[in-house]
Design a binder for this molecule. Structure first.
Ligand code: NAD
Length: 499
């Protein structure tokens, strides 16, 4: 297939210009010192649309050096009014580039353009993070504390950590940039951002807009490359004071180990296998649409917080599954640059094969494939598309236990509230969850017992004002809200003797 069979993609690719194979270090957009690149493959049609810089230790060194100079050269000690104003100008500029950034995000990730534009994962959300944390620049600064029995007082100072490495996943580059960079900058850190090697166009443009907004050179640097060649030297670099990481749980474990020698601060936002619990008194149609949407809409299940297990009371199982199947039928993947498209491709051929392998494994372990389970052909054959899939299974099969990162929903029956809670918590992960019920007492009772960092009742939402993050194998630390400030700062206590 050529791009001409996906007409929206063909015209989008003809009209997009982006920094192919570049890094942004010390205010300069240039090629990597390594001189090496990796192919940037667009998952919508399998074509190479550009290259990504393949940075190594020398590039890491240059970026960390630039961030350190910017930190010591004024950013850390800038008066809060100037820093607040710069961040607000930056937020406005990001929001004004909504269209361009959304297209770059789709180019990087295959995210359907309607979702790339949308508030949840689009440029407006990144702008909202920056605006929200700009508002905290002069508020999250410390507190006055009483001391006794003598005369005196005590205060705390919230201080930046220094240079923060922000390492991000490929699936939502614009959101992840805002969620990490905004709180880091607000408290006076400078950053080296390492987006995924899969696509870096949106991240580079976001960092370039910071320069256009007047944020000094070196405050935000972007380097790209493979985990072992670029990510690892960044994590272990003596000039990096903290690491904020979003990605897979296995990579998160490596990062924690690499950071152990220097004891630098680490925040880990990792994978999930969240449950949506559907009680018999719920609005079953709404619960079914929510579950189907979480795994089939937009990122095709390639989202960390997707509730990929639906725990359904046995008395409503059939009705629930029927709703899921009919909702999934509306969400057949198509050309991600077509504004009408609701679901996109998987990120790579390898990932598609991996997801199909999970369906086969489930079948072999006794799961029933209720719908879907196949790769899509025809016009979509050269891209990486698969049918949204519903499996009827127990909580013990491999697809119900492991993070698949594809459009596969496991429907799992339960018989009472205790069993539902036990199954919801019977997972190594603890990131998100949904409770569907009309019973107010039950909703809050169950919310308190689900072991996860976030939970929704009859819906699910993440935004700049609320804390998002995990427990167990989903990591630790929080993004969003004033609580994230703690992850990017240290608290100094100052005692004043007045006697
Ligand atoms: P990944 O772990 O393969 O890569 C993430 C980042 O880590 C990339 O930039 C990669 O280059 C880098 N990296 C890889 N190996 C490294 C190493 N040894 N040292 C340093 N850096 C290294 O993850 P991915 O495939 O890009 O993203 C998918 C995963 O991300 C899923 O598990 C998903 O659940 C998770 N995720 C979590 C959240 C969250 O907020 N909890 C959000 C989005 C995605």
């Amino acid at each position: 297939m050529t791009a001409t069979t996906l007409s929206a993609t063909a015209s989008a690719l003809a009209g997009i210009s982006f920094h192919s194979g570049k890094v942004l270090v010390d205010g300069e957009i240039r090629g990597p010192l390594s001189g090496r690149t990796l192919d940037h493959v667009f998952p919508g049609n399998g074509e190479v649309v550009g290259v990504v810089a393949r940075c190594e230790a020398a590039d890491v060194d240059a970026a960390v050096g630039a961030a350190r100079r910017a930190l010591d050269g004024g950013w850390r000690d800038m008066n809060v009014r100037d820093r607040r104003r710069l961040l607000l100008d930056y937020a406005r500029l990001v929001a004004a580039h909504n269209e361009e950034l959304a297209r770059l995000q789709t180019l990087d990730s295959g995210m359907p353009i309607q979702m790339s534009h949308g508030f949840l994962l689009g440029p407006e959300m990144a702008a909202d993070f920056i605006e929200y944390y700009a508002g905290l620049v002069d508020k999250e600064i410390g507190e006055v504390l009483p001391v006794y029995p003598g005369a005196g007082f005590d205060y705390t100072l919230r201080e930046p950590l220094g240079v923060v490495a922000c390492i991000t996943a490929w699936n939502a580059p614009v959101y992840l940039f805002g969620a990490k960079v905004a709180p880091a900058l607000a408290v006076g850190n400078t950053v080296v951002v390492k987006p995924s090697e899969i696509g870096s166009a949106a991240t580079l443009r976001l960092a370039e807009l910071a320069l256009e907004a007047g944020i000094p050179k070196g405050v935000i640097n972007v380097i790209t490359g493979l985990g072992p060649e670029c990510g690892e030297p960044l994590v272990t670099h003596a000039g990096v004071d903290a690491v904020s990481f979003t990605g897979g749980t296995a990579t998160g474990r490596h990062i924690q180990r690499f950071a152990a020698d220097s004891l630098k601060r680490v925040v880990l936002e990792l994978g999930g296998k969240s449950a949506s619990v559907v009680f018999e008194d719920a609005d079953i149609a709404a619960a079914g649409m929510l579950s189907a949407g979480m795994v089939a809409y937009g990122l095709s299940g390639q989202g960390c917080a997707c509730a990929t297990r639906a725990l359904v009371h046995q008395s409503v199982l059939e009705e629930f599954n029927q709703t899921v199947v009919s909702t999934m039928a509306f969400m057949t993947p198509a050309d991600p640059f077509d504004p009408a498209t609701m679901a996109g491709p998987l990120i790579s051929d390898r990932q598609l094969e991996r997801v199909l392998g999970y369906v086969e494994k489930g079948r072999a372990e006794g799961a029933t494939v209720v719908s879907g389970g196949e790769r899509l052909g025809g016009d979509l054959a050269a891209g990486f598309y698969m049918q949204p899939t519903l499996l009827l299974t127990s909580n013990q099969t491999t697809p119900a236990r492991e993070e698949i990162f594809g459009p596969v929903l496991c429907s799992i029956p339960f018989s009472d509230e205790e069993e539902a809670i036990r199954l919801a918590n019977d997972t190594p992960y603890g990131l998100a969850g949904v409770i569907n019920t009309r019973d107010l007492k039950r909703a809050h009772r169950v919310a308190a017992r689900i072991r996860s960092g976030t939970v929704g009742i009859n819906g699910y939402s993440i935004q700049a004002t609320t804390p998002f993050g995990g427990i167990k194998q989903s990591g630790y630390g929080r993004e969003g809200s004033r609580h994230a400030i703690a992850d990017y700062s240290s608290l100094k206590n100052v005692y004043v003797d007045l006697s």
